[in-house]
Each structure stands twice: as C-alpha cells, then as structure tokens.
Design a protein around this ligand. Structure first.
Ligand SMILES: [Zn+2]
Length: 85
C-alpha cells in the first residue's frame, strides 16, 4: 500500500510548546521561522514558548492526521467513488 503522506511525515517540522501546557500545540510548521511568527502572535502575557522539532510519528500530527482521515472517510461516503484499487 502506498501512503500519500509519506513525503510530509518524513520531513522535519516544528511545533510550539506553550509554558501553560504540557502538550505540544497541534499546529505544525514547515520551518522554525514560521512557528516563531505564529507563536509571537498567539503568545499571551506571562506565557512563554519553545519551538520544538518533530519528525514522523509525532503525537499532535498523528491526532490531526486521524481527524483528517475521519473527515475523509465521511467525505468518501457522500461522494461517488472516483477509482477502484
Ligand atoms: Zn508534528
């Protein structure tokens, strides 16, 4: 089976870790710079953040990916099948 997200998931990417949360932010960024820009906009007073690198299998991305799969599955049910395996 081919996995269309391989190119993306093999790539190094970045997440924001907020000082107020023990979890990484779900949003992923292609570059540290992009993450920094977003973090500077979103950061609240008395809050700090660090930019963390992540690769394949990182939890926030897996969760986002699973949600996307569920949305895709719902979409597939409402659309005609474009191709057969
Ligand atoms: Zn990630």
């Amino acid at each position: 089976m081919s996995s269309p997200d391989t190119a993306y998931s093999l790539k190094l990417h970045y997440h924001i870790r907020w000082s107020s949360s023990s979890l990484l932010d779900w949003q992923s960024f292609a570059s540290r710079e992009e993450a920094e820009i977003a973090a500077k906009e979103l950061v609240q007073e008395n809050e700090t953040y660090t930019i963390e690198t992540a690769t394949i299998g990182c939890k926030p991305c897996l969760e986002a990916f699973e949600q996307a799969l569920r949305r895709q599955a719902a979409y597939d049910r409402t659309s005609t099948k474009a191709h057969r395996a």
